[in-house]
Design a binder for this molecule. Structure first.
Ligand SMILES: C[S@@+](CC[C@H](N)C(=O)[O-])C[C@H]1O[C@@H](n2cnc3c(N)ncnc32)[C@H](O)[C@@H]1O
Length: 239
């Protein structure tokens, strides 16, 4: 996958990603709500409901402002850990966890998905919402998820994808090329962030390639489910 970076070609991708998410952290939730017409909530709920192994411990990778972790607390009985490399996203996540009175169920930690600070086979489920695309090395990130997942544990990954059927494809292209960058720029005041979003979605591997990457990282029963006419992909896999 071509390395798409938010601000420039010279600085390490990871540093730029931290800066970008720190910059947009205050407006991230609002923009998510507006840009996805609140469908992000439905996508996360569907992903969590696809986890059928009643996990004791669940890890939310690239947890950001903790929406996936909070959803997991609602629909599972698991103890939840969330990790992210952006301290500012986590700070907002922690406030929301307190507000939802979930501090006894969810613990957040500043950590890199490509070097997870957990022992092998620690979790029965892992979720990763809209994060994998931002990794410096996707292979490293996937292999770390596989390492910390318990035998027969479940992984679910959500990523935006490009629909390929008329007329959704055409509508999506108009929205993605003209409306989303404008709204992103107006609300978040970081024009690079939403150009990066578009470029990184365009550069993300198609479903067959991503399924191959999951298999190469050691996962079995790798599946792809298109959500909302294929504008988002739900990947699931087992260790
Ligand atoms: C688009 S946000 C998604 C947040 C949340 N999962 C959600 O569903 O709203 C992507 C998050 O990935 C985090 N991220 C990117 N690369 C990471 C890495 N290598 N390790 C941990 N988190 C990472 C960013 O800091 C950011 O908070």
């Amino acid at each position: 996958m071509k390395s798409i970076r938010p601000y420039n070609k010279s600085e390490k991708k990871k540093i730029q990603i931290v800066n970008m998410f720190d910059n947009i952290s205050e407006t991230y939730d609002l923009l998510n709500l507006i840009l996805s017409f609140r469908m992000d909530y439905i996508w996360r709920r569907k992903s969590i409901q696809s986890i059928k192994n009643n996990p004791k411990k669940l890890l939310d990778i690239a947890t950001g402002t903790a929406d996936f972790a909070i959803m997991a607390a609602k629909y599972t009985n698991a103890q939840i850990r969330g990790i992210d490399i952006s301290d500012k996203m986590l700070k907002i996540g922690n406030k929301k966890i307190k507000k939802h009175k979930l501090s006894n169920r969810i613990k957040l930690k500043l950590a890199d998905a490509e070097e997870l600070p957990f022992r092998n086979n620690s979790f029965q489920a892992i979720t990763a919402g809209f994060g994998v695309r931002n990794f410096e090395s996707m292979e490293k990130g996937l292999s770390e998820m596989h390492r910390v997942l318990d035998k027969n544990g479940v992984l679910v990954v959500l990523e935006p994808s490009k629909p390929n059927k008329f007329p959704i494809k055409q509508l999506y292209n108009i929205y993605f090329t003209y409306i989303l960058p404008l709204l992103g720029k107006l609300i978040s005041k970081d024009k690079n962030a939403y150009t990066y979003l578009i470029n990184s979605v365009n550069a993300f591997p198609n479903k067959n390639i991503f399924l191959k990457k999951l298999k190469a990282a050691g996962f079995k029963n790798c599946k792809h489910t298109p959500l909302t006419f294929g504008i988002v992909s739900l990947y699931s896999a087992e260790k």
